[in-house]
Ligand binder design. Sequence first.
Ligand code: F3S
Length: 400
Amino acid sequence: MQLTREEERMLAGAEGRGVQKAMQLLTALGEVFGAERLVQITSAQVAGVSYGNIGDAGMELLEDWARSGAKARVAATLNPAGMDLSRWREMGVKKGYHDRQLRIIKAFSRMGVRATCTCTPYLVGNLPKRGDHIAWSESSAIGYANSVLGAMTNREGGPSALAAALAGRTPLYGLHIRENRRATAVVEVEAGAELLTAFDFSVLGYAVGRALGAGIPFFEGVRRADPDRLKIMSAALAAAGGIAMFHIRGVTPEARGQALAGLERVGIGRREMEEARLRLTAEGSPDLACIGCPHCSIGELGDIARLVRGRRVAEGKGLWVWTSRGVYARARRRGYVGAIEAAGGRVFTETCMVVCPLEESGYRHMITNSCKAAHYVPSTAKLKATVADLHAAVGSVMEG
Ligand code: F3S
């Protein structure tokens, strides 16, 4: 790889062993993927935060990196942790887990990575511009950044995103190169697919992810899609197919001018949507509704508050809502948090149903409007999972 003089110095250790380690990781990655050089980034988003996922080995590695004194050179934020940092006891999290989780957050903070602990960094100030090179590692946020914001990121792992933050650079390959951002398949969304709710967009993403497996789909026939719908679809595309970018005619910034002739074409209609939904539907009656994968926006929290106002969560059931601390603060001021908690629900921050130890909650069957959450929860938390739209999911745990 071609390195600048400054990058050579960083790699040789002139800026300390933490930066050197970051450069070693980035140049090794660049060699593997055939990158000719590094490119400067404006933003990093770092996953691999939950103690449940990275364990003692990951914690010790981060602490060692932090001791080196290396600091993030760009805006850098964290993905969700394994617990709500202040209300962890209410989630059934054990003290030993809590203490280790705090050590992880502290190590990241020492390296200058802001402990936003959210998968929606773009809702709390880490908002790259179109054309910016960035290094993000949360799969739903990667799809959103590439497709909706028009920023450029590969699917980074936690360590490579952290290394990019500390070096201010990432290897130039994959989705950092314009030609690699072209559509690779056309998805014809048939009128029967009826895309109305955010849940419909999640199911569409899941169906397309399963049908294509990978690549960059170009959606035809999606007429309206607001940011919340695109956010939840990005998550489902990533969960079902590892898809890091998509285009929607008339909606996303890089859709115009795509060459579609000769591309594989896939039709998605009512039948494919129903198949995707059934694949994520377990037998039995759910006892915990989880909303907020990806983390809720202020608008989504308002929708939930209106839905539960004047109602109560039934005895033995739960309504857990997940968001970032930044959005929580706004929702609290508007009375949304109060309305949800008055109904017996809980609004948790800094974590989510997939990365916290949900099995400790005592619930056995989760219902959610997010296909990504229903895809992962059964394997991580060993709970059954079912998908439904917001009204049905919340309604299933309310009295009456
Ligand atoms: Fe976010 Fe957790 Fe879903 S990180 S996208 S809420 S699995």
